[in-house]
Design a protein. Sequence first.
Length: 219
Amino acid sequence: MSNLIELRDVGKQYGEEVILAKVSFALARGTAAAITGHSGGGKTTLLSIMGLLQRATSGTVLVDGQDIGNLAASRLAKLRGEYVGFVFQRARLIHSLTALENVIAPAWFIRKGVKVEQEAKVLLENFGLSHRLHHKPQELSLGQLRRIALARALLLKPPVLLADEPTNDLDPSLAAEVTECLLAARTGGTGVVIVTHDAGLAARADQTFQLAEKTLRPA
Ligand SMILES: Nc1ncnc2c1ncn2[C@@H]1O[C@H](COP(=O)(O)OP(=O)(O)OP(=O)(O)O)[C@@H](O)[C@H]1O
Ligand SMILES: [Mg+2]
């Protein structure tokens, strides 16, 4: 069976500046990978390439065995919507919507007609947010925003789930809970990639990598 995502000798430059060079990586179904590395090293850039938000400037990116290098932007966007869930480093919630509406909104578009509200409520309740369902982002703490972003990603049950420092801003017990939820997504076959500075979280993944000197190495 093909890997969910595979990178072969991927490079990324912004203008003349090389951010990533010769990065190779494969994510199998139902597994989790953790990536650590110093600030500014290119971790978020790497996730954005894995998540089809940006194109690599060299090398090959395969999705379920298919080289996506020549896919038109519209096809790539459609694939991204169906295939990838993100928990961004900055939560990126919609400010005019409540917590519950933020969780449901993408699922409305992608799983048209499917009843998602009850599932969304259960996710938010499991994250200790049952008393905040109808609050807007500006009324919520950073840790709460992060849990909403995670619920939004989990609700879609994507084949690939990418989380950028998902336990930042969380106290240890919530961090543990969020970690469990991320890793539990594996049981449905989802492949999970977690960028983290938390050594404890990284150790729970099936494979761990370090991003240093612009490339990825097993940690
Ligand atoms: N659109 C862009 N144009 C030019 N340079 C960029 C762009 N996006 C990121 N960079 C640069 O690329 C480098 C890597 O950034 P990136 O956000 O991937 O690092 P990171 O490892 O995620 O850091 P952190 O741990 O602080 O989140 C940084 O030097 C950043 O300034
Ligand atoms: Mg980052």
